[in-house]
Design a protein around this ligand. Structure first.
Ligand SMILES: *Cc1c(COP(=O)(O)O)cnc(C)c1O
Length: 325
């Protein structure tokens, strides 16, 4: 590949300075598939009664898996940020404590609902508490959910799948934390450890799932249902801002900085934010200086055909969930 047109940018990335890159191809003309978000939002609502049963910590939010919006005045002052600064505490999301509790959990629910409906165990009108009952658990136990992960997606999908009765195999990359593997094994999840990075773990999962017709692979690099689950965050944030009487309009633009690994989480969330706020929201993806895969892929137009290792970066980072090369 000829990277010479991008040499200046690549030199900057190699120097591991913090930089900002703006996408010049960004357009204000775009189409949002609201039906995709409606569908995910509806599914999460249907499962809310079930969540209250199996995850009591979601009771106070009526079975919703949502995080608080926290004002951070001291941080705002130290950073010298104008306007108002908030932290959206997805680190404190119920069940699995990361943004993956949005997309990952949604896709497992999608798979469970689809299988249960195909076998006529459930219809849209039912109270989804029915998913706690033995016949459905037994049905789902004949299926295996497979996923590759740096840790947090495995945690979300492992917990949700095991709770529903699925068998579940999680392929973990080398950077996955020990406690996450231990927790998953304790609840009956099969954890396969790999010495390679994220993409290798995903590939291993994809290959395994192809061999078994009763397995369902959750693809962190391509899945629409993950993306849809993340996108629901836009409507949720809109509601929270309204409740706090915080205006977002042409005079009060919203700037959102989202940690970025493979890009599905921040991509889905930004998609949802665009649906809710249009041109008044501005999304920034934030990556470790050793793992700027999204920046490199978008700036060169090579997307997943280029890796940070190709320009001499290590893809080693302590930043949780962001070691994607
Ligand atoms: C996965 C993850 C992200 C980024 O999501 P991607 O879809 O990989 O871009 C950010 N923060 C945390 C804690 C994560 O687990």
């Amino acid at each position: 590949m000829d990277l010479s047109p991008f040499q200046n940018l690549i030199d900057e990335l190699k120097s591991k300075k913090m930089i900002v890159w703006k996408n010049k191809k960004k357009s204000e003309i775009y189409q949002i598939d609201s039906a995709l978000i409606d569908d995910a939002e509806g599914r999460l609502k249907r499962f809310a009664p079930y969540f209250q049963e199996v995850f009591p910590e979601t009771k106070k939010q009526d079975g919703k898996v949502e995080s608080v919006l926290q004002s951070v005045p001291v941080m705002q002052q130290k950073l010298g940020v104008k306007g108002k600064l908030y932290v959206k505490r997805d680190d404190a999301l119920p069940i699995s404590g990361s943004i993956k509790a949005r997309g990952g959990i949604h896709e497992v629910l999608y798979a469970a609902e689809k299988i249960a409906m195909e076998h006529r165990f459930v219809s849209l009108e039912d109270n989804y508490k029915i998913f706690t009952t033995k016949p459905i658990q037994k049905l789902l136990s004949q299926y295996t959910i497979v996923v590759g992960s740096t840790g947090n997606l495995g945690l979300s999908i492992g917990i949700m799948s095991a709770t529903l009765g699925f068998k579940v195999n999680v392929h973990m990359s080398h950077d996955a934390k020990e406690w996450k593997k231990q927790l998953l094994r304790k609840i009956g999840v099969t954890v396969v450890e790999h010495s390679g990075d994220f993409s290798l773990a995903v590939d291993a999962g994809r290959k395994e799932a192809l061999k078994d017709p009763n397995s369902y692979f959750i693809d962190d690099e391509h899945s629409k249902q993950l993306f849809a689950g993340y996108a629901v965050a836009g409507r949720r944030l809109k509601q929270q801002l309204q409740e706090e009487n915080i205006a977002v309009d042409a005079n009060h633009p919203l700037y959102v900085y989202i940690p970025c690994g493979v890009g599905g989480g921040p991509g889905g969330v930004t998609y949802g934010l665009k649906e809710s706020f249009g041109e008044n929201v501005h999304g920034y993806f934030v990556e470790p200086t050793e793992s700027p895969c999204m920046l490199l892929g978008m700036a060169t137009g090579l997307h997943d055909k280029i890796a940070v290792q190709d320009i001499g970066l290590s893809n080693l980072t302590i930043a949780d969930g962001l070691a994607v090369g």
